[in-house]
Design a binder for this molecule. Sequence first.
Ligand SMILES: N[C@@H](CCC(=O)N[C@@H](CS)C(=O)NCC(=O)O)C(=O)O
Length: 251
Amino acid sequence: MDASEDIAELQEEVFENESKALWVFAYGSLCWKPGFKFNKAVTGHVKGYKRRFWQGNVTHRGTEERPGRVVTLVEDSKGEVHGVAYAISGEAAIPYLSKRECQLGGYISHFATFHPISGEAFKVLVYVATPKNPLWMGDADEGAIAEQIIDCSGPSGHNVEYLVRLANFMRDHFSDNHDAHLFNLEKEVLSLIDRKNMCLNTLMGSGEGCVTFIKRNTSSRSSDRNDEEDRTDSFEHTTRIEEKTLRCLNL
Ligand SMILES: N[C@@H](CCC(=O)N[C@@H](CS)C(=O)NCC(=O)O)C(=O)O
């Protein structure tokens, strides 16, 4: 973890009252760089999609001359995409996401059903790029996509950082989830970096604004409290939390 990164807690459970908050599902850079304040974050998945590096990007990880590649969700009746859902807080999150995702990224938003690692499924807002948007790049040979990724960078950093931080997030939080497209691309990109004698550390940037999640194990709460007290307390605790401003770890 870079010294400039922030830490935030991943919770294990979403209580019924909390699922009525506005939640956003993250499956790309929002997993490791949300950029907005949230009250709660839980891992889980959405069904009926697959994650693909089929969206072009000229405002974060590429330029007009050399567009980068970022992820979107593509419909797939047998697919599942794992990521993290955030209970957003404050009024700034939606305008921020509208600008970052829609205005700058070509994504549109709609609702999907999120299945948390424990607890009932609930609705989440998800930002998806469709083939209708002008930045759409679509399917391509994974070797060609890898060549494009190592060749692109933009105002938010290198396209390699985008890919590797997402792969790291998935490894850290979903050990049994094999997103072949993501990890094949990572393997191809790391092999090209090696062959071209490039420096991965340099490509990964400073980590400014990135978040590393630590798991908060609610079941480890003091054992002398009954479930109801725990549940109520942890819900109140969740709502009582001031808007979570992520703190830097000055290690
Ligand atoms: N909506 C997806 C993808 C979001 C995404 O990766 N957006 C890109 C392109 S608009 C972005 O914000 N990149 C910021 C960055 O690369 O630092 C998610 O939930 O994570």
